[in-house]
Design a binder for this molecule. Structure first.
Ligand SMILES: Cc1cc2nc3c(=O)[nH]c(=O)nc-3n(C[C@H](O)[C@H](O)[C@H](O)COP(=O)(O)OP(=O)(O)OC[C@H]3O[C@@H](n4cnc5c(N)ncnc54)[C@H](O)[C@@H]3O)c2cc1C
Length: 326
């Protein structure tokens, strides 16, 4: 059934209202990925005054070609799922700022959120859901061919590479895991590792060596990704000899780590060595009244369904803090 017909009230214009600088919100949510949008739904349904600040709608979801592991959809395009999240939030009439980038936060009974454009918003509680960004190689072709063969999440995208040749960059646990996922379905996997050895767990390495269709190029680096409409080859350089070579491939998985979007929380909240915001089992950070959820936190396994669940949990904790002082 069409949701709009069912309620008769939904339009984005009516239901998204500008975020206000002259009031103190109960809760301000930072980030519009699965964690932030889910937190917004939970806060609005609890009846607390809520504002949402989003730099880019959908976060990593919007960058994903196809999703097959979010319940309720056998398959959905990433941008379509992001817009469904946004639509679900819009029905509650939330105060919303799209294209707002958080630069700094301040603790206290009333928390302050400063944006890069100079505006400052206030709230009694914050939910940080600013996610993470993949660390990039920074080579020609990487941005242009993103989503057209340049990928990062093998759990998500390996099924698109059945009987294809792929390159995996990075020889740590995530690189090895990606190579194993891809070796199961692909024709050939070329791993490109900067060092003269892999740096993942031995058990994973042993498993990797069981696959005959994986070749590891030690002491190599990627210097370019080539193709007109999609990836056709990857240029690799031998770091010892300086010799370059084009490796034929339809895909390249860049597995050199994720960077949490937590810059603004440094020195304010407790972060782990990876820069992730440390949370307890109720999504509480080291500062009272500041909660965090999703990929920006130290919760393991970075997936949409996990981020959404963590967003719900952070919202319920924030509402308890506002309504019951817990
Ligand atoms: C290419 C790719 C494919 C993937 N495929 C799948 C898949 O098939 N299935 C699956 O389960 N998972 C997949 N993942 C992982 C999944 O997308 C993430 O785990 C999930 O999106 C994390 O949600 P999040 O809300 O924590 O963060 P994000 O999705 O990263 O969203 C963060 C939000 O915060 C905003 N933000 C960031 N910095 C600021 C700031 N300073 N101020 C204001 N806002 C800010 C961003 O713009 C964004 O709106 C994939 C990831 C990628 C990159």
């Amino acid at each position: 059934m069409d949701f709009k017909l069912q309620t008769g009230i939904f339009t984005e214009e009516q239901n998204f209202k500008p975020l206000k600088t002259d009031i103190v919100y109960d809760v301000l949510i930072l980030g519009g990925g699965p964690a932030g949008f889910t937190a917004a739904v939970y806060c609005m349904r609890k009846g607390v005054s809520t504002g949402l600040i989003v730099k880019e709608i959908g976060g990593q979801v919007a960058e994903t070609a196809g999703i097959e592991n979010y319940m309720g959809y056998r398959y959905i395009n990433g941008m379509d799922l992001a817009m469904k999240f946004k639509e679900q939030v819009a029905q509650f009439g939330i105060d919303y700022d799209e294209k707002g980038t958080v630069k700094a936060i301040e603790t206290g009974d009333v928390k302050k959120v400063r944006l890069t454009d100079g505006r400052v918003f206030s709230a009694r509680a914050l939910i940080i859901a600013t996610g993470a960004a993949w660390r990039k190689l920074g080579v020609p072709g990487e941005d242009e061919l993103r989503g057209k063969g340049v990928a990062n999440c093998s759990t998500c995208d390996a099924p698109f590479y059945v009987n294809k040749k792929v390159v995996v960059v990075g020889g740590g646990n995530s690189g090895i895991e990606a190579a194993i996922d891809l070796a199961k379905v692909g024709e050939k996997v070329t791993m490109v590792q900067f060092l003269d050895r892999l740096t993942g767990d031995k058990s994973l390495e042993d498993k990797l060596h069981e696959f005959k269709n994986v070749q590891v190029r030690y002491e190599h680096e990627v210097t370019g990704i080539n193709g007109s409409q999609s990836v056709e080859s990857v240029t690799v350089k031998n770091r010892k000899t300086g010799k370059t070579e084009d490796v034929s491939a339809q895909g390249i998985f860049v597995e050199i780590g994720l960077v949490p979007n937590s810059e603004f929380a440094k020195g304010v909240l407790k972060l782990n060595q990876a820069g992730e915001i440390m949370v307890d089992c109720a999504s509480r950070t080291s500062a009272p009244g500041i909660f965090a959820a999703g990929d920006v936190t130290d919760v393991p396994f970075k997936q949409i369904i996990i981020a959404a669940g963590e967003g719900a949990k952070a919202a319920l904790s924030a509402c308890n803090y506002i309504l019951m002082g817990e």
